[in-house]
Design a protein around this ligand. Sequence first.
Ligand code: ZN
Length: 87
Amino acid sequence: MTVTGLTTVDTAGEGAVQPRPDQADTELAALAVRVHCATPTPAGDRCLNCGWAHPCSTHRWGTALLVTAGWSPDEIAGLDQRSGAWA
Ligand SMILES: [Zn+2]
């Protein structure tokens, strides 16, 4: 449905405006993004944790939740505190 320049994905009651994530959800999402970070391989960036192509589904979920919680891209990127590829 489009209303004067605004687009919503809610067509059947699903996808309605989600409440702001609570502290526990936000902490879990931050941990997921930190753990499911990218590492370079000859085949391209892979998730350091699960080995799937980066960003893996867990990283995407965590990033989306943090964005909903109001985190900036810099704050999300700052979760990766590694000193090396396998640190
Ligand atoms: Zn992963």
